[in-house]
Design a protein around this ligand. Structure first.
Ligand code: HEM
Length: 432
């Protein structure tokens, strides 16, 4: 017979519980739960989660979680997300040189142009799908622009990103993917590798002002990234930043529409935008679960675990731990900031956090300014457990705020004229 705690975990993996997993997280947070059928433990209280993500007895080698061997059959070649020191330290150190806060801040004008364009297009209709038409497209466009991938190739990137995101999901890694899922992940991996091998060769021959070129050119004390490392890093940035950021903006809008007083407060006082983004990250985090693997025999959260055992860390449960947050189940964009775990902790802390925060803040601010009387019509969740968020988020509205719109159009035109003189021209090529 299955232990009740284990069936709680199975309930969490059940797609039927995707719309509100929080009561399950609350129960799983009460005490560390041993896994059945494999060595491992599930933890959900804030202190233990925060501590274990900094525990050097644990690592992130996901081939162990995937249950796969190395070599050709591996679903994804390792990225630095799934490496331990010293390999992780070396690769993250090199890549973060191309990803500094200054470089991210410089992306704001392009993000603004893309946001304006996507919203203008959506607002023509009385109802639109915020998730499908805006939330997914924004981060995909921005990462494509950063990498230097043309917009006409975005559908390919999108399909590869969806396939790779599946690899991270416990439904795939714990319940084992079916053959067609595995085939689509492997096809995506091979197509992605061919596409980026070509892009890398092009950039070596003809450098551009983009991230692929920068990754190719990175050099520190004689150390450079190999072709495979450049390729897997492009894949990591695509996967790590796409559905996660899309979920953040959709989760935020959903929370605001379900709490009209908070939405109204934000509309009256746009300086609350950072609070709205942080509160969403805490209250309804895009990455709900992460995993670590045991490097050496260790007693973890009260359980003796052998090497290769899995520790599932419930970030979404930790973010509502009453021992750490006051009124944890209340969504309150004005609350005093207490650190949350939405971007993890320790050496794997999200490299893209400043970019995700910037994209979400710009999109939500413009939405609050421009969209008159928005109302929630329908929401449907993707089946993913860990990168959880709406697949469809249908919003109705009574029109665009004309005054704000005219001023925005004028500024966008000015920016468009300035961008037209640059190669790549910002978001001008967004498929219309
Ligand atoms: C709201 C959006 C995002 C969320 C919630 C998020 C969350 C996370 C989390 C939880 C981790 C750590 C996983 C672990 O320790 O097991 C992580 C790592 C990472 N994220 Fe993000 N992420 C977001 C957006 C982005 C973006 C936009 C990028 C870049 C384009 C990005 C790039 C990365 C990278 C490269 C890592 C690996 C860091 C390492 O292993 O050292 N993320 N992210």
């Amino acid at each position: 017979m299955m232990a009740p705690e284990h069936s709680l975990l199975m309930e969490l993996l059940d797609a039927g519980n995707r719309h509100n997993p929080y009561p399950l997280y609350a129960r799983l947070r009460e005490q560390p739960v041993p896994m059945q059928g494999r060595d491992g433990v599930v933890v959900g209280d804030y202190d233990t989660c925060a501590r274990l993500m900094r525990d050097t007895r644990l690592g992130t080698d996901r081939s162990l979680v995937e249950g796969e061997t190395t070599g050709r059959d591996r679903l994804r070649p390792p990225t630095f997300l799934s490496m331990n020191p010293p390999d992780h330290t070396r690769l993250r150190g090199l890549v973060s040189k191309a990803f500094t806060p200054k470089r991210v801040a410089a992306l704001a004008p392009n993000i603004q142009v893309v946001v304006d364009k996507l919203l203008t297009r959506a607002l023509v209709k009385p109802e639109f799908d915020f998730a499908g038409e805006i939330a997914y497209t924004l981060p995909l466009t921005i990462i494509s622009d950063m990498l230097g991938v043309p917009h006409e190739d975005m559908p390919k990137l999108e399909s590869w990103s969806r396939a790779f995101t599946m690899v991270l999901d416990p439904v795939v890694t714990f319940r084992r993917a079916d053959d067609s899922q595995l085939r689509s992940i492997r096809d995506a991996r091979d197509e992605f590798a061919n596409y980026f091998a070509q892009k890398i060769a092009e950039r070596r021959a003809d450098p551009q002002d983009d991230l692929i070129t920068r990754l190719v050119q990175i050099e520190e004390r004689g150390d450079t990234l190999s072709e495979l490392e450049v390729m897997t890093t492009c894949g990591l940035l695509l996967v790590a930043g796409h559905e996660t950021t899309a979920s953040l903006t959709s989760n935020a809008l959903l929370a605001l529409l379900r709490h009209p007083d908070q939405f109204e407060a934000l509309r009256r006082d746009p300086s609350l935008i950072e609070g709205a983004v942080e509160e969403t990250l805490r209250w309804d985090p895009p990455v709900q679960i992460t995993a670590r693997t045991v490097n050496e025999p260790a007693r973890i959260a009260g359980h003796d675990l052998p090497p290769r055992a899995v520790v599932l860390i419930l970030l979404a449960a930790a973010n509502r731990d009453p021992a750490h947050f006051e009124r944890p189940d209340d969504f309150d964009i004005t609350r005093e900031r207490v650190p949350h775990l939405a971007f993890a902790a320790g050496i794997h802390f999200c490299l893209g956090a400043p970019l995700a925060r910037l994209e979400a803040a710009l999109l939500l601010r413009v939405f609050a300014e421009r969209v008159e009387q928005p109302r929630l019509i329908d929401v449907e969740y993707r089946s993913h457990v860990n990168v959880r968020g709406p697949k469809r988020l249908i919003i109705g509205h009574s029109g665009a705020n004309r005054q704000v719109d005219q001023e925005r159009n004028r500024r966008a035109e000015e920016r468009g004229r300035a961008d037209a003189s640059k190669p790549g021209g910002g978001a001008e090529n967004l498929a219309s």
